[in-house]
Design a protein around this ligand. Sequence first.
Ligand code: ATP
Ligand code: ZN
Length: 301
Amino acid sequence: MSGKDFRTRLVEEGILIPGGVDGLWGRSGVFERIFDGLDRAITDAGAFARPEVMRFPPAMSQAVFEKSGYMKNFPHFAGTIHCFCGGDAAHHQLLGKMQRGEEWREQQQPSDLVLTPAACYAVYPVLARRGPIATGGHLVDVQSFCFRHEPSPEPTRFQFFRMREFVSIGTHDEVMAFRQDWIERGSAFATSLGLPFEVDVANDPFFGRAGKLMADSQRSQNLKFELLVPVNDDAGPTACISFNYHTTYFGDIWEMRTPDGAPAHTACCAFGMERLVLALLKHHGFDIDSWPSAVRNILHL
Ligand code: ATP
Ligand code: ZN
């Protein structure tokens, strides 16, 4: 079966609904049933640590987005929200352009919203406003729809996808212990779901010429690991969970401090929800009822 075949089958079975643009997908009831099960299973896996739960809309304020530094490293992925703010005359003009098949979007004005590129970005300013991080560190469970402008025919590369993360904020030792623990927990989770995988060092797709250096440096410092599952045939395995250590990058930006006044370190364990659903469909088939009962139990299916 080729990668295209997996995609074709997903579409033919109605599990993925093409949105008319590469990477823009609707999802069926079967897909969402698996998604919901996965969401609950991740909650179960993290319950022992009693994380603080935060849920955010798929957009963040321009101010928070700018301060996060995303445009420095990933300008090619970002999506900004523009809206119509004119009066009757401008509206008339716009409809005319649309009718004539002309470009009408240049009349749209920037709003103060930007599409969220990663779920954990919304967490840091919230914690920073509260004052110093508690002794022992803090753990947040966050989920958000994320946007990345990376159109691709691969069914595992969405432009809009849901990212569920456990985010640790604390001292160097606290967040490094968290990350190591979650590399192990994430691996045990994938094993329990019957997914073949490997964990490997990775880098983010930084933009431009300077990006190459950033990527090399990220790798040589072991800042990012990925849990990779073969999903697309005729292609390398797909990153389904990421384990990131950000050093004091966000602590410095947001002036998040540990109790001794030092900048906080942060790390996150990010689950790519759609990719995990597709990995389960790939390895256990499209008929949920015939999946191994151990897997169905974990997913509450
Ligand atoms: P990749 O290397 O495949 O581009 P990434 O390293 O950019 O992924 P992260 O920034 O670490 O991914 O995002 C966290 C998780 O979100 C990833 O492990 C992955 O499971 C998921 N993810 C990232 N990009 C996409 C996408 N375009 N479509 C679906 N899921 C994604
Ligand atoms: Zn993160």
